[in-house]
Design a protein around this ligand. Structure first.
Ligand SMILES: *Cc1c(COP(=O)(O)O)cnc(C)c1O
Length: 221
């Protein structure tokens, strides 16, 4: 049985070490604790130990799980890290403080419309399909700059960064390096990259947001 509080402490010390090795301020790295599939029994102790930023990959799961917790604990921030259907965009813009998965024109348009309607804007990352995998969401690398321009200029979306999920069987560093290069080309400072198995590599390559689930909460069943 994992102790998520001890695991979280361990992750923080690994973040500190990786940041120092890269001459970076650990405070410039946001840890998103990915709580998808886990229940309150594991999440509440992690909140009590100070974690405030959580990641979920499904709008529906987040919508049933988090509002009761948010009623009790002020200051929690929720990040959407999974792909979204168009009919979930309204719920997502209402519930989330950041959306890491702006991954196609249709979704960008729907987010822009909801932001105008609701007068509330989450922080937004464009998901890039750095491995150009057919089954994976995201904008192809060579189209990223043009897509970011459309989001900014036509849709007036405040895009702050890029996000990627490297192919499982490839060297993650190559994909993190590519994402950093694409972000620099578009003058974006946010880099959402790195998970339980590779967040230290991501920090070395400039990650500003790491998304760590199983290394904190234990294996998902
Ligand atoms: C589940 C998930 C994570 C966390 O993965 P772990 O390997 O459990 O750390 C990070 N990013 C995305 C997009 C995910 O879906």
């Amino acid at each position: 049985m994992t102790d998520p509080v001890a695991a979280l402490r361990e992750i923080h010390s690994r973040i500190d070490i990786a940041a120092k090795a890269a001459n970076r301020d650990p405070a410039s790295i946001t840890l998103v604790a990915v709580s998808k599939t886990y229940g309150e029994d594991l999440i509440l102790p992690v909140i009590e130990s100070g974690q405030r930023i959580f990641g979920e990959n499904r709008v529906q799961e987040a919508k049933t799980k988090w509002p009761p917790i948010q009623d009790r604990v002020p200051g929690l921030k929720l990040h959407l890290i999974g792909p979204m259907q168009s009919n979930k965009v309204k719920d997502a813009v209402e519930l989330f403080d950041a959306i890491h998965t702006v991954d196609r024109p249709k979704i960008a348009e729907a987010i822009a419309a909801e932001i105008k309607k609701l007068g509330r804007s989450p922080e937004l990352f464009v998901q890039v399909n750095t491995g150009e995998e057919p089954q994976k969401a995201g904008i192809p690398p060579q189209m990223t700059a043009a897509f970011v321009n459309v989001c900014r200029n036509k849709l007036e979306l405040p895009i702050t960064g890029l996000m990627c999920i490297p192919p499982i069987d490839e060297e993650a560093a190559l994909h993190f390096g590519l994402l950093a290069k694409l972000a620099a080309e578009s003058d974006l400072t946010g880099l959402s990259m790195g998970m339980s198995d590779d967040f230290e590599t991501a920090i070395a390559l400039g990650a500003t947001h790491i998304r760590v689930g199983s290394a904190i909460f234990g294996a998902r069943t």
